[in-house]
Design a protein around this ligand. Structure first.
Ligand code: MG
Ligand code: NI
Length: 474
């Protein structure tokens, strides 16, 4: 008999999501979808607020990615108010950004992804969590906690708070870095680098262990997008680059022009919108972002250890873009290395403690766009303010949204591959969740949107008949 299987909630992801899998009479999958269920409407209720409040308001979108929103928002405000921030302010913002990368990538790899990858696909669910990692390998578990802690406490030193930072403001930074904080961070980043090398060893072990599975597990062609700086991996500033399925550059463009290059598709089964490359059309213009996307578009990395790893990564598909979802984990750890190395370089520069971190902001009215590469991909904040600086329009495209259609596809492909002839054991359903976890989605971020919200209400009689359907298309 045909039936629907629901995985609700999807575990070990940030926020709440649901998967539905429809089986036909023979117990084979006909269709599956990944739903992001919450709805929060952040863009809409920011309208009417003062633009300068946004770097602090938008950190509340998420407890995992607050630094990303804080910085994209501060950049959008700089653009809106027409100011160039001092060099040290840019260095401090980048440093805060690297600390968030360290925190977020370590959190995802060790706490959310590693339990599946280290114990194997058939491991009992009670083992597949961070406590399981701690029990099986206490030393590795403690080091994972330490790495994340270094990231988090460093965010506090630069950002003023460890979770919802406050120091990035329109025109620069509200505080300089103290000498004491600098020296603690230099010491801790050296420790972090050693811990990241352990993570690299662990992920390479995973690549080896799952060598046969990787090419068959949610491996598909898409385009890729991310920031580059003269062709090199870039997370804070730069040019947006889109490449095609074979690695050819489709276009490099100014992030401020994003509306001319990115459009958003809507489907009637979800609140979330699907960004795609405008000129390529939907669905041909689907692209992936975040670690796999960024390493596919980058020609090199500016720091030595991460660059050596990038060269190896590029060989995985003979120089062509790496298509396998499971390699997101490897790409994430290469970025972790980069974030630590780049934080070290920033900290070694004596200008990092310069007190000149802010320029005055005079203008109020205007329009501004701020784009950064958050841990989960390209994050866009776009504001328009009136003469008093009050916001008339807010558009945010969050990182997770860019990957939404690919996650949905990954779920569908893995479900069709593993669930056959009514076999629906827990370990098989976990593989469907694993497909989503490769992408490290942040569902709290993804649900802030106020776009076209298709809503359908059915009025059903006591006899079970649908008397009336009311539909609103947003
Ligand atoms: Mg939006
Ligand atoms: Ni988030």
């Amino acid at each position: 008999m045909a039936r629907t299987i629901t995985i609700d909630p999807v575990t070990k992801v940030e926020g709440h999501g649901k998967v539905t899998i429809q089986l036909d009479d023979n117990g084979n999958v006909t269709e599956s979808h990944f739903y992001i269920q919450e709805f929060r409407g952040f863009e809409k209720f920011c309208e009417g607020r003062m633009a300068w409040e946004m770097p602090v308001i938008t950190t509340r979108i998420c407890g995992i990615c607050p630094v990303s929103h804080h910085l994209a928002s501060a950049k959008a405000c700089d653009d809106l108010f027409g100011v160039d921030i001092p060099p040290t302010a840019k260095m401090l913002r980048e440093l805060m950004h690297m600390c968030q990368m360290i925190h977020s990538h370590a959190l995802h790899f060790f706490y959310l992804a590693a339990p599946d990858l280290l114990f194997g696909l058939d491991a009992p669910p009670e083992q597949r969590n961070v406590i399981g990692v701690l029990n099986a390998n206490p030393d590795l578990g403690k080091k994972a906690i330490r790495l994340r802690q270094i990231g988090q406490s460093s965010i506090e030193k630069v950002g003023g708070r460890s979770i919802h930072p406050v120091s990035a403001i329109p025109g620069g930074m509200s505080k300089a870095l103290s000498h004491e904080s600098r020296f603690i961070m230099i010491k801790e980043m050296a420790e972090a680098l050693e811990l990241a090398k352990l993570a690299l060893g662990a992920v390479k072990g995973v690549n080896e262990k799952y060598r046969d599975l990787i090419p068959t597990f949610a491996s598909f062609k898409t385009k890729y997008m991310g920031l580059v700086n003269d062709g090199a991996l870039e997370l804070y500033d730069g040019t947006l680059r889109l490449i095609d399925e074979n690695g050819g550059i489709i276009e490099d463009f100014d992030p401020k022009d994003y509306l001319n290059h990115i459009a958003e598709h809507t489907e009637d089964w979800t609140y979330l919108k699907f960004p795609y490359h405008k000129k390529s059309g939907w669905p041909n213009g689907v692209y992936r972002v975040a670690p796999l996307g960024r390493l596919n578009i980058a020609e090199r990395i500016s720091t030595p250890l991460a660059n050596a790893e990038l060269k190896e990564f590029k060989q995985l598909n003979g120089g062509k873009p790496v298509e396998d979802s499971l390699y997101y984990h490897y790409a994430r750890i290469i970025e972790l290395l980069y974030a630590i190395e780049w934080a070290q370089e920033l900290l070694q520069n004596d200008d990092i403690v310069c007190k000149d971190v802010r320029v005055p902001v005079a203008r109020q009215a205007g329009e501004g766009v701020g784009v950064i590469e958050a841990p989960r991909g390209t994050l866009i904040h776009h504001y328009k303010a009136d003469d008093l600086g009050k916001l008339e329009k807010v558009n945010i495209i969050v990182s997770t949204a860019h990957n939404y259609s690919s996650m949905d596809r990954a779920v569908n492909e893995v479900a069709k591959m593993v669930l056959k002839n009514n076999r629906v054991e827990e370990s098989l359903l976990n593989q469907v969740e694993m497909a989503i976890r490769c992408y490290d989605p942040c569902l709290s971020c993804a649900t802030h949107q106020m776009g076209k919200m298709p809503l359908e209400v059915q009025i059903v009689t006591s006899g079970g008949e649908i008397a009336k359907t009311v539909r609103r298309d947003g």
